[in-house]
Structure formats: C-alpha cells, structure tokens
Design a protein. Structure first.
Length: 265
C-alpha cells in the first residue's frame, strides 16, 4: 500500500485504536495529524509519543488538541492540519468513549455524552473536513464504528446506539459525495486490545493492575476468536490503509473481528 504524498487526520489518535491507525498510515507513507482531547497531560504525552513514531517512518507529524463534540474545535483541528501539513486527504473519525449499562442503568446525561462524542463527534469531524476534500475533488473518510453498530449489544445501550448512528451516517454520506470524488467507509471492530477495552475489563472484574488485565484480555480473546488472538490496533490500521487505497470501495461497513461470531472447530 502506498500513501506517499497524502496527509491523514486521525481523531482519538493518542492511544489505543487511533495510535495503531496513525502508525499504519505513516508506515504506508502518509503524513499524519494526531488529534486527541486537550487538557490532559497524560494524553498529550501519549500523542507526542505517537508523533515521534510517525516521524520514525520518515513522515511529518502534527499533534492537535480537539474535543470532537465541539464544532468550533473540529473546524480548528482541520484548519491546523491543512496549515501544518499542507492539506488533508484522509480523515479517520476514531475518537470515542465507552458506554456501559442497560437502559434502566443509563442516565440521560450519560446517554447524551456518549452520543455527543461517538456520533455527533463523527458528524462534526466529517462536516469540518468535507469542504477541503470536495474542493480538491478526492479524498477518503473512514469512520470507526463497532460490530455493536451492526448487531447491537446487551448492556451497552448508549454505545451500541452511537455506533449504529456512525454506520448510518457513513452509508448516507457515501451516497451524497461519491460522484464528487470522495469515498466514505467505516470499520466495525470487535475485541480490540486497547486502553479503553482493558479499562472496561478492569472495571468489570475489579482488577487493579493494567498489565494483568491486558494479559487476561489477550488470553480470553485467543480462546474465543476463531483466528486465535486478540484484534490489535494495528489490525484496524491496516484495514484503514486498505480502504484508503481501494478506489472502488465506498459505503462499506467492514467488520474486523478475528472471526468473532463464527463457530470454532
């Protein structure tokens, strides 16, 4: 895969799935803007580390602070990417938060926050980036949804609803802009080993050691998934690169799951 000369913007790129996407885009030749929430020293340090990894592939890197639920910050994020890296060709809407709880356990405020980041954040990022892509007559948007956006998920009412929204937005927007040179797809991961999923495991089990929870996550995934290992952030990144290079693919919701749901022999 060759993305030389292209500029990619990845939201939620400091850690987890987003960092794996940023690395794989850089490995394929793209310059990368690493966007994540501001006001958190730990996130800022993680974003700087990902930027260093991108530069290690010989590519340009830029870190940008952005709360994707804020329209003005999304506009500023895209403008900083264009100014700092010379344009934008690939937009990956990855920023998201977890939402655990059945309907009767979920407050209106919790529901609204999950939808604001996962669904509205995707909408606002697409809205901010789309004029640049349309002006140049080409571009690729890849939204990160979830298998729960395809089949639902008991006990994750707000998260599943937000990811169904991402899938629907992807398919609708793909039809709107296809004739103008912009492709829009989404990836629906499952069982990805990341900061968010391991953190969820710690909350559920009461484990206090992240390394221990990480090891348990990998062991459980290896036993449960037909392909025999956990899905890694780089697996999602390679799927993103493939979608960016696949000129006749648009409006697709691509599961990247390790065979989750298939019968194991």
């Amino acid at each position: 895969m060759d993305l030389n000369g292209r500029v990619a913007l990845v939201t939620g790129a400091a850690r987890g799935i987003g960092s794996g996407i940023a690395r794989e885009l850089a490995r394929a030749g793209a310059d990368v803007a690493i966007a994540d929430i501001g006001g958190d020293a730990e996130v800022a340090a993680a974003a700087a580390a990902v930027a260093d990894e991108v530069r290690g592939f010989g590519r340009q890197a830029l870190t940008v602070e952005c709360d994707v639920s804020d329209e003005s910050q999304c506009v500023a994020m895209v403008e900083q990417t264009v100014d700092g890296l010379g344009g934008v060709d690939v937009v990956v809407c990855n920023a998201g938060i977890a939402g655990i709880g059945k309907l009767e356990e979920t407050s209106a405020a919790q529901w609204e926050r999950v939808l604001a980041v996962n669904a509205t954040g995707t909408f606002l990022t697409c809205s901010a980036a789309l004029p640049h892509l349309l002006e140049q007559g080409r571009g690729s948007i890849v939204n990160i949804a979830s298998v729960l956006g395809l089949r639902g998920g008991s006990g994750r009412i707000s998260y599943a609803a937000s990811k169904f929204a991402v899938v629907g937005l992807t398919q609708a927007l793909a039809g709107e802009v296809a004739a103008r040179g912009v492709r829009v797809n989404c990836i629906c991961p499952s069982s990805v080993r990341s900061v968010m999923t391991v953190g969820e495991l710690m909350d559920v089990t009461g484990m206090t050691e992240a390394d221990q929870a990480d090891a348990l996550w990998s062991q459980v995934a290896a036993k449960r998934l037909p392909l025999g290992r956990s899905v890694e952030p780089e697996d999602i990144g390679r799927a993103v690169v493939w979608l960016c290079e696949s000129d006749m693919v648009t409006g697709v919701s691509l599961p990247v799951t390790g065979g989750d749901g298939l019968p194991k022999s």
